[in-house]
Write a protein that binds this ligand. Structure first.
Ligand code: NAD
Length: 494
């Protein structure tokens, strides 16, 4: 679709910001709502229900009733499979609508909302649907006079709290395994990007997910989110977001009913490029493409680049030649690769880090400014700092914007030490033609995912999650079922 058509279509979008509780669209109990503003141009898209503790109580009650009467939890896996595949099919049938909502809501380019976000999200739900009737339980190797069954059971009522950077995909990473395993779910999207979650709940109902099994409560973190974290009848909380709030989620679990608490948190990932990397162009494209993808608002963005000193100049020359391609543009133009920053708070945070980098003595080689102010939207130029020192804030803290910090090294051991000297451990990469060196380095990097001679490979079949303060669980792959199931042992005397 051409840019004009997307703009035309965006003018006719109807926003229904009401919550989804017990299969119905409802206002918040208090009647309160908040404005949903598009970062593309500052336009108000609509009003969204501001759910609080009373709404959480209703949703938990509905989810619990659904779980107990077995309308979903008691279905055969093959039946849940069919429904989830219908749900994924409906997402594909509504691909343009979902992509447009995502782009208007949080500012990412429409080309990626369509080809990445909707595509991966529907695939995730489809994949867990397809998986669930192919997983067998176990019989333990006990003595002959008994039989011990080890079975997975759904954990019960699951609350999922998600961030705004990949709203639909982060929702799908929770919805897929949680629903496939037979749980009831309450999803709280970010107040900064709630629209696709609400629409997903409608599509799930249309696909045949029974009422009460999938509820969506939009609202603020310290209201709806906190009420979910502290609720005594939520069995499991699956959180994706900042490390700061992730720590609070774990405390809330401890303060309440010790609900299972899973956290997928921030990152400051290191990308190490050795002088013998097999393809310098590919290394540059990987580094630049990955840090500026999604406006730099990716938890696993390789925001610390360690380049071996002997190739630093050649690397930077190629990187600087590539950066203009990432200049922010109209997110509704299918050629745009860098869109808008989600809101004015995030914009201020990122610009603040850029000022901090300059003040601490790093060399600003590209970007550093706000852009496209005339549109009324929020945009930042792709920014690159060279000469960054490991002690600077731009080398230590998650910026979550289009800012790359370049550090150089002469000794790989020292680069690995610095790469690991962070509280985060989400992702890392090493580029070298020497496979033994690559494997030795990959083993030493303390991160949930390590890439060798590439950065952005991704597939639903591999787990995703962090070491250290990047969190404690894994999304994606069959391992995600560990979060949404309990293990039951049944002893039978023969
Ligand atoms: P955030 O922690 O501010 O908010 C995340 C969610 O938590 C939102 O829905 C928010 O409303 C809610 N929340 C906020 N305060 C809360 C509270 N007191 N109690 C309960 N809920 C609360 O994070 P964000 O700004 O939305 O997202 C960016 C962060 O998410 C980054 O740190 C990024 O790295 C991380 N992230 C991690 C992954 C991963 O898989 N590891 C994926 C995407 C994003």
């Amino acid at each position: 679709m051409a840019t004009e058509s997307w703009h035309e279509r965006s003018k006719t979008v109807q926003i229904d910001g009401r919550a989804v509780v017990d299969g119905k669209r409802v206002d918040a109990v208090s009647g309160a709502h908040f404005d949903c503003i598009s970062p593309i141009d500052g336009r108000k898209l609509g009003e969204v229900a501001r759910c609080t503790e009373s709404d959480v109580d209703l949703a938990v009650h509905s989810a619990r009733a659904a779980f107990e009467d077995g309308r979903w939890s008691g279905k055969a896996p093959v039946d849940r499979k069919r429904t989830l595949i219908r749900f994924a099919d409906l997402m594909l049938a509504h691909k343009d609508e979902l992509a447009l909502l995502e782009t208007l809501d949080m500012g990412k380019p429409i080309r990626y909302s369509r080809s990445v976000d909707v595509q991966l999200a529907q695939n995730c739900i489809r994949w867990y649907g397809e998986a669930i009737d192919k997983i067998y339980d176990e019989v333990a190797p006990t003595a002959q006079d008994s039989l011990a069954l080890i079975q997975r059971e759904p954990v019960g009522v699951v609350a999922a709290i998600i961030p705004w950077n990949y709203p639909m995909l982060m929702a799908a990473w929770k919805i897929g395994p949680a629903l496939a395993a037979g749980n009831s779910l309450i999803l709280k999207p970010s107040e900064k990007a709630p629209l696709t979650s609400l629409r997903l709940a409608e599509l799930a109902l249309e696909a045949g997910v029974p009422e009460g099994v999938f509820n969506v409560l939009p609202g603020y973190g310290d209201e709806a989110g906190k009420a979910l974290g502290l609720h005594m009848d939520v069995d499991c909380i699956a959180f994706t977001g900042s490390t700061r709030v992730g720590k609070q989620i774990l405390q809330m679990a401890g303060q309440s009913n010790l609900k299972r608490a899973w956290t997928e948190l921030g990152g400051k990932s290191a990308n190490i490029v050795c002088a013998d990397c097999p393809d310098l162009d590919a290394a540059v494209a990987g580094a630049i493409g990955s840090i500026y993808f999604n406006q730099g608002e990716s938890c696993n963005a390789p925001s610390r680049l360690f380049v071996e000193e002997s190739i630093r100049e050649a690397f930077l020359e190629k990187a600087l030649a590539m950066i203009p391609k990432y200049a922010p543009g109209d997110p509704l133009d299918p050629d745009t690769v860098m869109g808008a920053i989600v809101d004015s708070i995030q914009m201020k945070t990122v610009l603040g880090y850029i000022e901090d980098g300059k003040a601490s003595g790093a060399r600003l080689l590209a970007g550093g400014q706000a852009a496209r102010a005339e549109t009324g939207g929020l945009y930042i130029e792709p920014t690159l700092f060279d000469g960054v020192d490991a002690s600077m804030r731009i080398a230590r803290e998650e910026i979550f914007g289009p800012v790359l910090s370049v550090l150089s090294f002469t000794d790989l051991d020292e680069a690995v030490r610095q790469a690991n000297s962070t509280s985060y451990g989400l992702a890392a990469a090493v580029w070298t033609a020497d496979m033994s060196r690559a494997i030795r380095t990959a083993r030493r990097l303390r991160a949930g995912t390590v890439h060798v001679n590439q950065y952005d490979s991704d597939d639903i079949t591999v787990p995703f999650g962090g070491y250290k303060q990047s969190g404690n669980g894994r999304d994606k792959s069959l391992h995600a079922f560990d979060k949404y199931t309990e293990l039951k042992t049944t002893w039978i005397q023969i």
